[in-house]
Design a protein around this ligand. Structure first.
Ligand code: FMN
Length: 368
């Protein structure tokens, strides 16, 4: 049975009231019992439901891959990205200390040296290499080199050649907040208009999406915040009609409109940017923040979009994994449909929650 007929069969089964009612009743009893203690909940999910198997295995593979990756040269290096960012945070401290970053300066400089000395030399993207060079230079200029570790790392850093392809007209180091005044900010009303205008659009014109507009929107998406500036995700974009059709039909959430999407994007998170499962939610948070900027930027360029749920569901995961050749530690976060909205295409009203439901101030909640 192929995926589409399987989805149709599942829908038919779920449409039988008795099936839904029985399923809910079982869940009420089962989860009522499981939720009394972790001693029941954890073994149940490990042995019987297996709902978390893929996630656990993805993390195991990710940590293995992380440790391999830090030793290798890449256009973008995770140790450099994280640690240079941490150095910048140290540099901007109002009461900056003469000695800081002792717990990671050695790892940073050694990694940087390894990249500089690798046979291909400029394996890091030139901008990232310059950022590392400029920040390390600023760090060694203001820290106390009589501290043995700092002194040793400074000597090693200064013994290395300058990275190639540096843009001498800029210094990629912390700067004063007031410098941002040069950017024009939309007014609150303009931003509210953009927010109201952006809606999930599911009906599109039969018109190709210009890649240069998507790239422009991605440039805004790339500016979104991410934990330790790691940007642990990639936009896998498809505009080949055959490929779009294939991929758009994988998620559950596109039924009825998948075939009219002119472009589909799978945002894939990379868990191997982390050395510990404690950061396992970061790919979702970081990708989501970026996607929101992307969607707003598309709107400013006359394009519309729809976010499409990526469920953690075995069959769909293996289908997407196969189509996109995903690694075990790469996980789809969200699928996005993009195109020019059809003027007469309808948009659900999707009433939003009132403010009082959305926020609270200084409310510690009731103890349970
Ligand atoms: C993570 C996420 C998953 C979504 N999944 C689907 C989906 O599978 N199918 C769909 O038609 N719309 C999907 N949407 C769109 C939502 O239904 C839509 O954002 C919501 O109803 C609010 O409407 P609005 O975006 O027009 O404000 C998704 C949106 C998000 C953010």
């Amino acid at each position: 049975m192929n995926l589409n007929s399987l989805k149709k069969t599942a829908k038919k089964i779920l449409a039988i009231p008795a099936v839904r009612k029985t399923h809910r009743s079982i869940n009420v009893v089962l989860y009522g019992l499981l939720s009394t203690t972790k001693l029941l909940a954890v073994p149940y999910h490990l042995i019987f439901s297996r709902a978390f198997d893929r996630e656990i295995f993805a993390y195991t593979k990710a940590i293995f891959q992380y440790n391999r990756k830090v030793m290798q040269a890449h256009p973008s290096n995770i140790v450099i990205r994280r640690n240079i960012h941490r150095l910048e945070k140290g540099l901007i401290m109002e009461n900056r200390r003469k000695v800081f970053a002792l717990d990671y300066i050695e790892e940073t400089v050694e990694n940087y040296a390894q990249l500089m000395q690798s046979p291909k030399k400029s394996v890091l993207e030139a901008g990232e290499m310059q950022w590392a060079y400029d920040v390390l230079t600023a760090y060694f200029a203001c820290t106390d080199d009589t501290q043995p570790l700092i002194g040793r790392m400074k000597t090693l850093f200064e013994s290395l050649p300058k990275p190639e392809g540096m843009d001498s007209s800029v210094k990629l180091i912390p700067y004063e907040s007031k410098e941002r005044a040069k950017y024009q900010t939309p007014t609150y009303d303009q931003f509210m208009d953009l927010s109201r205008k952006r809606r999930s659009v599911r009906w599109f014109q039969d018109k190709a999406v210009p890649r240069e507009l998507v790239d422009k929107a991605l440039q805004a998406a790339a500016l979104a915040p991410s934990a330790c500036n790691r940007q642990p995700f990639k936009y896998r974009i498809f505009d080949d009609p055959q490929m779009v059709k294939k991929i758009a039909n994988i998620p559950f959430g596109t039924s009825g409109y998948a075939d009219n999407l002119p472009m589909v994007i799978v945002v894939v998170g990379d868990l191997s940017d982390y050395f510990s499962p404690r950061d396992r939610h970061t790919i979702y948070v970081d990708a989501a923040l970026s996607v929101m900027s992307f969607m707003y930027a598309l709107e400013t360029l006359g394009l519309s979009s729809v976010g499409i749920q990526w469920p953690d569901f075995g069959l769909l995961e293996s289908k997407m994994k196969k189509e996109l050749n995903l690694k075990e530690y790469e996980r789809p976060v969200i699928v996005i449909g993009v195109g020019y909205a059809k003027d007469e295409g309808k948009i659900p009203c999707s009433k939003k929650k009132p403010l009082d439901e959305l926020r609270s101030y200084n409310d510690l909640g009731a103890s349970s």
